[in-house]
Design a protein around this ligand. Structure first.
Ligand code: ADP
Ligand code: TRP
Length: 328
């Protein structure tokens, strides 16, 4: 039987280089493997924690869906869907709450980071990893391809699967994270983790003007133009290196070492590289923008495929837990 891979992306903003390198590139590798059955979804229930404006949420959900397809996910080969089309995720989330210690949620890194700057955290934020576990376990994937920041969330999903299996009998596959360790965490324009929720992203599908402005805002030190510069410590180089060919990289290193090469030059080289690298995807996005009816049909098909599977699984879980089945 084929092994399954599953992952999700929150529609909290437009897709950026960190999402592409840390997550989507891995999805594409998995899709290329004919032995893998792929499930990728837009985690719109998760985005509700930030209480977004409803129209913004819709626009972003549609954007991420189109972005995944533009970057090469193929709805014929992978099941691509929107989380809220499958309400069984929420039911499973509730069914797992009884197995989840409050302390475990309070100790989750993402929650601790969030409460460091949010005064009154909501329950959605605290329960986030339970919903994520439900998203995963409901499809029985062996692999969850994610960026390094998601390691702990996958561990929590594993713990919940093991606990459930121990108490109610073998029900869930215990999933493994698939993390490209060499990628670690892609820095944003401020050198911190690039993230939709921070103002530090470089978008893939923005206008050229927007992308240029984002690149120009990359923070650099004040080494004067004439002096040699340390490329390893430079955020521009640390993004460029993922897209450039080995020859281009050596050239940029030589430029940094040689002096008389300013950060402005490096930023323009990065802009040119990104526009070239993403040109085919950006063109597909333009086409999808013009064919929204087709996009909505693809969404519907993805939802139908995913829902059938989720419904089967939730029946199995309900039965194992002693719910329902009182009448035919
Ligand atoms: P964001 O943090 O921008 O809101 P998500 O939380 O929706 O993005 O993440 C979607 C996927 O992209 C996850 O697998 C996550 O690990 C990955 N990802 C997000 N930002 C980065 C980054 N800066 N570096 C590497 N991977 C990232
Ligand atoms: N929490 C993930 C993130 O912030 C998004 C996500 C939600 C996810 N559900 C998932 C990732 C299930 C993998 C599997 O990036």
């Amino acid at each position: 039987m084929k092994k399954r891979a599953l992952s999700g992306i929150k529609p909290t903003g437009n897709l950026h280089l960190g999402n592409y390198l840390g997550a989507v590139k891995g999805f594409l590798d998995l899709q290329a493997d004919k032995e893998v059955d792929n499930f990728y979804f837009i985690a719109d229930y998760h985005a509700l924690n930030g209480v977004p404006n409803p129209q913004d949420l819709r626009d972003r959900t549609l954007h991420i869906f189109k972005a995944l397809i533009s970057l090469g996910l193929d709805p014929e080969q992978s099941t691509i869907f929107v989380q809220s089309d499958i309400p069984e995720h929420v039911e499973l989330c509730w069914l797992l709450t009884g197995l989840t210690p409050v302390g475990l949620m309070e100790r989750a890194h993402a929650y601790k980071d969030a409460i460091a700057h949010i005064k009154n955290p909501n329950m959605g934020l605290l329960c986030y990893p339970i919903l994520q576990a439900a998203d995963i376990l409901i499809y029985d994937p062996q692999w969850v391809p994610v960026g390094a920041d998601q390691k702990q969330h996958i561990e929590i999903s594993r713990d919940l699967a093991e606990k459930f299996n121990r108490i109610y009998g073998e029900t869930f596959i215990v999933p493994d994270p698939l993390i490209k360790e060499d990628l670690a965490i892609i820095p944003g324009t401020d050198g911190e983790k690039m993230s939709k929720s921070k103002n530090n992203v470089i978008q893939i599908f923005g206008t050229e003007k927007e992308i240029k402005a984002q690149i120009m805002s990359i923070q650099t030190d004040s080494t004067p133009l004439e002096e040699p510069k340390d490329f390893d410590a430079c955020h521009i180089y640390n993004i460029y290196k993922y897209f450039a060919t080995p020859t281009e990289l050596t050239k940029m290193q030589d430029n940094y070492r040689g002096g008389n090469y300013g950060y402005g030059h490096a930023k323009l080289a990065l802009l040119e590289k990104l526009l070239e690298y993403f040109a085919p995807a950006r063109q597909r996005m333009d086409e999808l923008d013009k064919n929204e009816d087709e996009v909505r049909l693809l969404m519907k098909k993805g939802a139908e495929k995913a829902r059938g599977r989720a419904q089967k699984k939730i029946q199995q879980v309900r039965k194992a837990m002693g719910l329902g089945e009182f009448y035919a």
